[in-house]
Design a protein around this ligand. Structure first.
Ligand code: MG
Length: 309
């Protein structure tokens, strides 16, 4: 089997359209990777490879590190037989870090260092986790701009969530001791200049501590830029996520006049009213119990069927 060569104008395969019918902008934890096992089902990998190879831009927009994407998404996609001309973009750490990969592996890693949490604060969090929270969570050493502390897989989620509240309270206090303004959910604690610099963002399996300038909207803007640099303007976007914060992808695209529908694979928090369509597994005729990567897999399979037959 010979891999098709990349079209020099687009970097994609020789048949990649400059205006593909769809582009996919995917949160990873939840819709792609299981929040339980943290890995990706083989059928999801196969559908991602097939869609990307057909010229549908597949772009990840995640809070995860580039190392996580390389291990859990890139390596299995390459192992599944990604053709030579296929280029995948991964926007990591909510827009602070990004890279692209082909069957030959990852290209250079880009880091916006202005968006990084100060190292001294990260060191204090690392020490706090080691001393007081190591039985429930671990410090993610692969992050380059964010500070993330994640639930151990073997700890029951309910026990983790209880411990996470204590951790988050200490992380907030530590921010204030470092003189930074900080926000967590409804709690706002500006610094002495009345500014908010950082956010403590609890997810169902981790706490992310990050610049308030990071977010899924920043990731969406980077996604559009990365495609534009290749001469690609998708006719429409599908954004997929499992958290309220993931709607920021579709919010940004809609606000910037891109056609978009958002897929919520964990609509239990309620589906907010939006000026664009929001889809859930129920729109595929599936029961409400189909969530997370089961719902993600169903949507990917549906797009593969609709676009590739
Ligand atoms: Mg998620």
């Amino acid at each position: 089997m010979t891999a098709p060569s990349a079209n020099p104008a687009t970097g994609f395969g020789p048949h990649t359209p400059s205006a593909p019918a769809l582009a996919l902008l995917l949160d990873v934890d939840g819709p792609v990777a299981s929040p339980v096992t943290r890995d990706v089902k083989p059928e999801i990998i196969a559908d991602l490879v097939a869609l990307a190879n057909a010229g549908i831009p597949v772009i990840f927009n995640t809070g995860r590190s580039d190392a996580f994407i390389r291990e859990q998404v890139m390596a299995p996609m390459i192992a599944a037989g990604m053709p030579g001309g296929t280029l995948i973009h991964a926007i990591c750490e909510k827009g602070a870090v990004w890279f692209s990969y082909t069957a030959a592996g990852p290209g250079p890693i880009h880091v916006d260092h202005e968006l990084a949490v100060p190292a001294a604060y990260g060191d204090d969090i690392r020490r706090m986790v080691a001393e007081d929270y190591a039985s429930h969570m671990f410090f993610d050493e692969t992050k380059r701009a964010m500070v993330s502390v994640e639930q151990h897989i073997e700890v029951p989620n309910s026990e983790y969530l209880a411990e996470q509240k204590l951790f988050d309270a200490e992380a907030l206090e530590l921010m204030e001791r470092h003189g930074f303004g900080v926000v967590r959910l409804e709690h706002h604690a500006p610094n002495s200049d009345d500014e908010i610099d950082y956010r403590v963002d609890p997810t169902i399996i981790s706490t992310d501590i990050e610049s308030v300038r990071l977010g899924k909207d920043l990731g969406a803007s980077r996604a559009v830029e990365l495609l534009a640099a290749q001469g690609i303007t998708p006719q429409a976007w599908r954004t997929v996520g499992d958290s309220r914060t993931d709607y920021a992808m579709a919010d940004w695209l809609h606000h910037n006049d891109h056609a978009v529908k958002h897929v919520d694979v964990r609509p239990a928090d309620g589906v907010p009213a939006k000026p664009y369509n929001v889809l859930t597994a129920a729109d595929l005729g599936l029961p409400e119990t189909v969530i997370h990567d089961d719902a993600g897999a169903a949507f990917l399979a549906g797009w593969r069927q609709a676009l590739l037959g």
